[in-house]
Structures are given as structure tokens and as C-alpha cells.
Design a protein around this ligand. Structure first.
Ligand SMILES: *Cc1c(COP(=O)(O)O)cnc(C)c1O
Length: 454
């Protein structure tokens, strides 16, 4: 079929052929033209040439499909990292998705007071649930936790000192470093203590008439062990109270209930963090909380009111879909067992190894034999991710694929639809089942078969 001497068909002939007209009814004309042109250009440069119009158009149709594919699309997270920032952090609960669809499909009372029949405020939504669930006096929801910190510093410490421990000047993700964010908030960074030890007295000595705030940052993605010391949130709150200085506590991940029943301990809940007097707590909505991307601020009515009045609050404001998803997610926490079952991040963290084994064995059976590939169900270690419980190793199970080239297989899995993101370890591809929802097992099976068929 590839005869370089053969003449190329004309664009017009291809468009007017029967398969050409069929493709035009399925896809926008501009895309079809671009795809045919690219296919013909390809042939001119030595690519495949065909006899029938149908073959040319089949080639063009596959290009059209590629062009129509949206940039942002679902993937299967087989990494075993439950809160994977690169893979969109928390998948949402069904209740949250339903709430978003309801609000997105029409108008809402986003900034309308239905009882009074007058203009309302978007800042009221989610506030009563946050107060009820955390005990905080008041709350404000912004776009993300980084924004929350900038807003807090700009409001409380612009042009003044912000005191922070040297042990907490951390980098959280690619683009988030505590000292840089503090600078963006307009505060002068005053470092106290040392990398491994910071005492209450260090903060005491640093407080002056120029102090805007003390900032406490959750270390999130690493643990300090050995000869270490730090002032507790409670001690810092008392000191701040005594000296009339605000305490900003960046909690990182928004832990709403204790996960001790899942073997995850040692991190404060939002309620505990908010229980220390005048502390302003900031946290993410899409980490352990398991909701949409947002930054949640909890504090006294007086402080939250100042934050709301800062013009920056307008720049960091959340949209209605976020508020809808957040409220519906928070509502699940009224019944903790329901939160553990229905919020996907918590359900994934809570899945027993036995339940993963049942799924894994069924998958192996359904996969059957694939030529040249050794398939087994292997022990694996999952992690929480998203800056919470950084040292927790969660026992898990992975589909292990041993084949001639694990890197090639990993690439083929990534190139499929949906893309499967796994990891290469010891010359095999490991697909951790903990981060795959059970309803996607069939999709995973199809993706594995397709990857090795290609
Ligand atoms: C993740 C994290 C942030 C950043 O939160 P975003 O919601 O991603 O902006 C800030 N501080 C801490 C301690 C974190 O763990």
C-alpha cells in the first residue's frame, strides 16, 4: 500500500467522498480539514499512502479524535499516593459532585439573601458547617491554602514582623516555599530557633512592638526526628494571647476527624487547631478533607471580618462550584462513619488489604495470560500524600507486571485511554490498587490489555 510513486488524492476528492462526508457530520469542518491536510503532508514526507478514500479518512479520523480530546482528562492513579498533587489531589464524593451539578445547571443564591430578597454574600456559604464541625467562631473560604496564607499575612502583618521557626521554613510543593509566600504577604520574616529545636522562649524574645504575627507551619512532607523541640500550638496561642499578637497556624491538610481508627495518628484535627483561643487556622480543602481545591480559614469573628474586608479577599474568592462541593463534603462529616465511607480519600485510606486482595485476585483471573508478561499480585506500600502523615507507610497490594521492558510498558500504560499512572520498581511495573476505586477495576483491566496489545 505504500507506493511512493502513487499520486496523492485531492483534498476536495477526500471531502466529497462518502467517508469524508460522514466524518464531516461527526466533527467540526475545521478539524476535519486540518486532519486531512496533516495526513496528506505526512504522506508527502514519506508517510503511508493509501488506495481508497476510506483508508485516508480512517487515518484522518484518528487525528480528529486526538484533536478533540480535551487537555484535562481523567487518569487512573495507580501510584498508591492517595493525595497526589500532580493527579488532582482529592477525588470528590458523590454528594459533592451532585451538589456541583445542581448549582452549575442553573442559577443559585450565591450572593443573594433569599429571606430578605436582597443582595447577599458569597462568604456566608459553608460558614455554618465549618463552625459546627470545628468549633471555630467564624470562617472564610478562599481559593487555596497558599492564598489563605497570603491573605492572612497581608491583613495582619503587612510591613511588620512575622515570626517563624527555622524548623518550619519548608518547601511544600514545586512552587510553594514558606519564606517566599510570607514575603508575598508583605511581612518581614523573623526567623527564630534552629532547624531542629525552637523553644517558646525563642518566640518570646523575638516579639516586639513591630510584630505582626507569629506563624506556625505544619511541616507536611517530612518529619523531624531525634534531638528536636518545638513549642506546641497551645503554648504559642497562650503567648500570643498574652502579648496581643495574632497566631497564624498553617495546618496544611484539613484533617476534620481523627483517623486513629485507620492507624494514622499524630496530626491535629482542625477542631483541635481552632480550639486554641485567637488562633487563625488555615488549611487546604482538597487534601485530607477530601473536598474541592480551596483554602479554609478558621478564626475569631473579629479576625475573619478583617480578612473579608481586605480587597485581596476579592482576588482570592472561590466560585460557586467550589462552595457547593465543599458544603456537601463537609455535611458528610456530621456522621464520621459516613465520611469515612463516602469521602473517596478517606475510603481509600481505610480500605483493608483483604478487600484489595479480593479485587486483585479477581483482576488477575479476568486478565488471564498475556504473552510475554508475568502478572502477579504483590505487596506494596501506599502513602497519604498531600502533605499529611508524611512517614505513614500503608500496607497495600499492587498488580505487578514483569516483562521485557518495564519502562516501555509503563509508557504504554500512560499512553492509553484512560492513562494509567503506575511506577517502575525492580524492573517491573507496579499498579497499586489502593488508589484505584473498585468501580474502575474493569477500566484498569482493559487498559492493561490494550497496553500490551500495542
Ligand atoms: C499543601 C500546603 C500548603 C499549600 O496549600 P494549597 O491549598 O495547595 O495552596 C500550604 N501549607 C502547608 C503546610 C501545606 O501542607
Amino acid at each position: 500500500m505504500t507506493d511512493p510513486r502513487r499520486a496523492l488524492p485531492s483534498m476536495t476528492a477526500l471531502l466529497e467522498s462518502e467517508p469524508g462526508r460522514a466524518l464531516l457530520t461527526d466533527a467540526p469542518r475545521s478539524l476535519v480539514l486540518d486532519a486531512i491536510r496533516a495526513t496528506l503532508d505526512d504522506a508527502r514526507r514519506g508517510g503511508p499512502r493509501f488506495d481508497a478514500a476510506g483508508e485516508w479518512l480512517a487515518q484522518a479520523a484518528s487525528r480528529v479524535l486526538d484533536m478533540q480530546r480535551l487537555s484535562l482528562r481523567p487518569v487512573l492513579n495507580a501510584t498508591g499516593v492517595v493525595l497526589h498533587t500532580n493527579l488532582g489531589r482529592a477525588p470528590l464524593a458523590t454528594a459533592a459532585i451532585d451538589a456541583m451539578v445542581r448549582v452549575a445547571s442553573g442559577y443559585s443564591n450565591l450572593e443573594y439573601d433569599i429571606d430578605a430578597g436582597t443582595r447577599g454574600s458569597r462568604y456566608v456559604h459553608a460558614v455554618s458547617l465549618l463552625r459546627e464541625l470545628t468549633g471555630a467562631e467564624d470562617a472564610l473560604v478562599v481559593n487555596n491554602n497558599a492564598g489563605a496564607l497570603v491573605l492572612a499575612l497581608d491583613t495582619l502583618a503587612r510591613g511588620r514582623d512575622a515570626i517563624v521557626s527555622r524548623g518550619e521554613l519548608v518547601e511544600i510543593g514545586g512552587s510553594f516555599r514558606v519564606p517566599e509566600i510570607m514575603e508575598k504577604g508583605g511581612a518581614r520574616l523573623v526567623e527564630v530557633g534552629t532547624t531542629n529545636r525552637t523553644h517558646l522562649a525563642d518566640y518570646q524574645r523575638a516579639i516586639s512592638a513591630d510584630t505582626g504575627a507569629i506563624v506556625r507551619v505544619h511541616r507536611s512532607n517530612f518529619a523531624l526526628e531525634g534531638y528536636v523541640a518545638e513549642a506546641s500550638a497551645g503554648e504559642l496561642a497562650s503567648l500570643c494571647d498574652e502579648r496581643g499578637v495574632p497566631l497564624i497556624h498553617d495546618l496544611g491538610s484539613g484533617l476534620m476527624i481523627s483517623l486513629a481508627s485507620l492507624g494514622l495518628t499524630g496530626e491535629p484535627t482542625a477542631r483541635e487547631a481552632a480550639s486554641h483561643g485567637g488562633t487563625l487556622v488555615t488549611m487546604s480543602g482538597d487534601k485530607l478533607l477530601g473536598g474541592p481545591q480551596c483554602g479554609i480559614m478558621l478564626g475569631t469573628h473579629a479576625v475573619i471580618e478583617r480578612l473579608r474586608e481586605n480587597p485581596l479577599a476579592r482576588a482570592f474568592r472561590v466560585d460557586k462550584l467550589t462552595l457547593a462541593a465543599l458544603e456537601a463534603t463537609l455535611a458528610l462529616y456530621r456522621e464520621p462513619p459516613r465520611a469515612l465511607a463516602e469521602i473517596p480519600t478517606l475510603a481509600m485510606l481505610g480500605a483493608t488489604v483483604d478487600s484489595l486482595r479480593v479485587r486483585g485476585e479477581a483482576l488477575l483471573q479476568q486478565l488471564g495470560a498475556i504473552t510475554g508478561v508475568g502478572i502477579s499480585l504483590d505487596e506494596s506500600t501506599a502513602s497519604v500524600g498531600g502533605g499529611a502523615f508524611p512517614v505513614a507507610k500503608i500496607p497495600s497490594l499492587a498488580i505487578a507486571l514483569a516483562c521485557e521492558s518495564a519502562t516501555k510498558a509503563e509508557r504504554a500504560l500512560r499512553a492509553g485511554t484512560p492513562a494509567v499512572i503506575g511506577r517502575v520498581d525492580g524492573g517491573r511495573v507496579l499498579l497499586d490498587l489502593r488508589t484505584i476505586p473498585s468501580r474502575d477495576d474493569e477500566l484498569l483491566r482493559g487498559a492493561i490489555l490494550a497496553a500490551f496489545a500495542s
